[in-house]
Design a protein around this ligand. Structure first.
Ligand SMILES: CC(C)(COP(=O)(O)OP(=O)(O)OC[C@H]1O[C@@H](n2cnc3c(N)ncnc32)[C@H](O)[C@@H]1OP(=O)(O)O)[C@@H](O)C(=O)NCCC(=O)NCCS
Length: 114
């Protein structure tokens, strides 16, 4: 079973365990910008960070990462769809390198427009 929920500061060590690039995101947790996915009792095996006004004043999906052992299970898509259907995001922007085929394909599946 998958649960999408707001991230809590206590999730932070779990994220650091599979995202060596995360840096110190504890302020983002406190600001409420992190959403996580729990799966089958395992907490925070995926997360996304949305900056509420980072793209010309609109929300930006700044970062998303799924634990390598939990990829291709639909978690990334679930997170992006949750963000797209969040009433706080009348528009949602995302950036991804053109070479990032997984993310480009996922965004296409979610109905994102280039
Ligand atoms: C990109 C990423 C978030 C995708 O997460 P995920 O949970 O594995 O993706 P999903 O299982 O929800 O995949 C949804 C769809 O996206 C596409 N997709 C996902 N991974 C793919 C891959 N490796 N190759 C091709 N298509 C892929 C597929 O269409 C997939 O649907 P399908 O499995 O039914 O074919 C994950 O690969 C990741 O964490 N990558 C490293 C971090 C990163 O690059 N983040 C994006 C920039 S911040």
């Amino acid at each position: 079973m998958t649960e999408i929920r707001p991230g809590k500061l206590t999730d932070y060590p779990q994220l650091v365990a599979y995202d060596e690039f995360i840096g110190d995101r504890r302020q983002d947790f406190q600001a409420g910008g992190i959403t996580v996915a729990d799966q089958d009792g395992q907490i925070a095996v995926a997360y996304m960070h949305i900056e509420s006004a980072a793209f010309l004043g609109w929300p930006l999906l700044a970062r998303i990462r799924v634990h390598p052992e939990h990829r291709r299970c639909g978690l990334g898509l679930r997170l992006v769809e949750a963000a797209m259907h969040d009433a706080r995001h009348p528009r949602l922007y995302a950036t991804s390198e053109q070479s990032n085929i997984p993310m480009q394909t996922l965004l296409g599946r979610a109905g994102a427009r280039p």
